[in-house]
Write a protein that binds this ligand. Structure first.
Ligand code: SDX
Length: 430
């Protein structure tokens, strides 16, 4: 019979042969963790893990990712099922409440978001104060932080009901703030939300409508928003809804851990998402495909991506967790094929993208580093076909991801053992 205890790991410090044991905590799915909460007290050393490549920052039951298998589940349900069989609003409800809504729950949730989709006139004036050239992401992160000022006094952070109401409020207002940011960046009048339209249709309406809420007139009649466009964008929102402890979600949790207003935590997440290594990659992918310009130039750029002395990277490729195809990229690739004819997707960009993909997936450099297309590699071509301007691509990511950030905020708040985020360091100074 082994003398080893079960569910612990033993650490031997070879400097003085001291032996330490640490508990192993098992997950309901995926890797276990070593509980090192007492490591420093017991051993006098910290762990070091730049970029947190092997560090679990919290316990969570919201989203599960298996990077080896290329698997993604929200509340245990596979992303392919959710993206093909449910609406984004049903997925939002699932992420917030752990279960899919019944008909009445969905209707109540939908109506509440519609009625909360308006923003205060003073906030509209604040957005108007930005220069016309302002990037929508700058306006979005600033206006969400500013929104905290409009909902501050009466928020009792320890009141579950008030906090949940705050959650619905920010999910409802983000599309309006994003649409206002877009129209401000063009210097054109804002279009107010229309409570007769669904969440996703309403967003496209606020982007496209003319003053008075009229849609574009053409010789063939009125250019109404097509059902296939709504379904495509709804699927994109679902695919972006949550993704475990990614960089921006970690920021949201860290800001919330100080007791700051939930809206400034969301605003911090928006700022973190903007980076091109993260959510900003979708905008960079299209810029890169347009820069490559033709399938004839692909080899040159693949060589640049492989050159260690060239900081050029293939945007939309690689992922910290997925060492296999990003399952969301697969859904988007299928969606591209479905929409190609009906939405007249840009076939040149698609040809360049598929040439990059086929070369990269057979090239030793990418294979040895497990570099596969991620969600950002395919979203841009579809967003372009939905007549969404490139500077709005990451704002689309924000609209989809907002519910994930809110779900993590609520989970953090509900955890009585949650602490302020305060990592240590390896000091290398004088
Ligand atoms: C998102 O975390 C999430 O879940 C994020 C996200 C979400 O839903 O929240 O999934 C959304 O952010 C998707 C990722 C979007 N970013 C991009 O597409 C930007 C391009 N990709 C890379 O910058 C990079 O792959 C990251 C940032 C995504 C991941 O970086 P890692 O895990 O820190 O990996 P690394 O930088 O250490 O790279 C490992 C090796 C390096 O080569 P060597 O030093 O070993 O020789 O792979 C190389 C890198 O140079 N490499 C690339 C590359 N990505 C990594 N080489 C060329 N092109 C690339 N895209």
């Amino acid at each position: 019979m082994s003398t080893l205890q079960t569910n612990t790991m033993t650490l031997i410090d070879n400097r003085d042969s001291k032996v330490y044991e640490f508990k192993i905590l098992d997950a309901t799915r995926g890797p276990s963790v070593i509980d090192i909460a007492t490591l420093y007290k017991d051993t006098g050393v910290f762990t070091y893990d730049s970029g947190y490549t092997a560090t679990a920052s919290c316990k969570s039951s919201i989203t599960y990712i298996d990077g080896e298998k290329g698997e993604l589940r929200y509340r245990g349900i596979d992303i392919n099922t959710l993206a093909t069989k449910y609406t984004y609003l049903e997925v939002c409800y699932l992420l917030l409440h752990s279960v899919l809504p019944n008909k009445k729950e969905l209707l109540d949730f939908d109506l509440e978001l519609r009625h909360r989709s308006f923003i205060e006139e003073d906030l509209k004036r604040l957005i108007n104060a930005f220069p016309d050239s302002a990037h929508p992401m700058s306006i979005l992160s600033s206006s969400v932080a500013a929104l905290a000022s409009f909902h501050y006094e009466h928020l009792d952070m320890n009141n579950e009901k008030e906090y949940a109401e705050m959650a619905h409020r920010i999910i409802a207002k983000i599309p309006t703030l994003a649409a206002f940011a877009y129209r401000k960046s063009l210097g054109i009048p804002f279009i107010y939300p229309d409570i007769d339209r669904s969440f996703t249709e309403n967003f496209l309406y606020m982007l496209r409508a003319y003053p008075g809420g009229k849609m574009k007139r053409t010789a063939d009649g009125i250019e109404e928003i097509k059902a296939i466009e709504i379904k495509a964008l709804d699927t994109i929102f679902t695919l972006h809804a949550d993704h475990e402890q990614n960089a921006s979600t970690t920021v949201v949790r860290n800001v919330a851990s100080t007791g700051a207003h939930p809206f400034v935590a969301i605003s911090s997440g928006i700022s973190a998402l903007w980076g091109r290594a993260h959510g900003g990659a979708n905008e960079s992918v299209i810029m890169q495909l347009e820069m490559i310009g033709s399938v004839d130039n692909v080899d040159k750029y693949i060589a640049k991506a492989k050159d260690p002395n060239d900081d050029f990277r293939l945007m939309g490729f690689g992922h910290r967790v997925y060492k296999n195809f990003d399952p969301r990229a697969k859904v988007l690739k299928d969606l591209q094929d479905q929409l190609k004819e009906e939405l007249h997707l840009d076939s040149n960009l698609m040809e360049i993208a598929s040439k990059i993909e086929s070369i990269a997936l057979s090239d030793e450099y990418f294979i040895s580093r497990n570099l596969y297309p991620n969600i950002d590699f395919y979203s841009g071509v579809i967003l372009t076909a939905l007549k969404i301007d490139r500077p709005m691509f990451t704002a689309i990511f924000v609209i989809g991801r907002c519910v994930g950030w809110v779900a993590h905020l609520l989970e953090f708040k509900a955890d009585a053992k949650s602490k302020i985020a305060r990592p240590r360091q390896l000091y290398t100074g004088k």
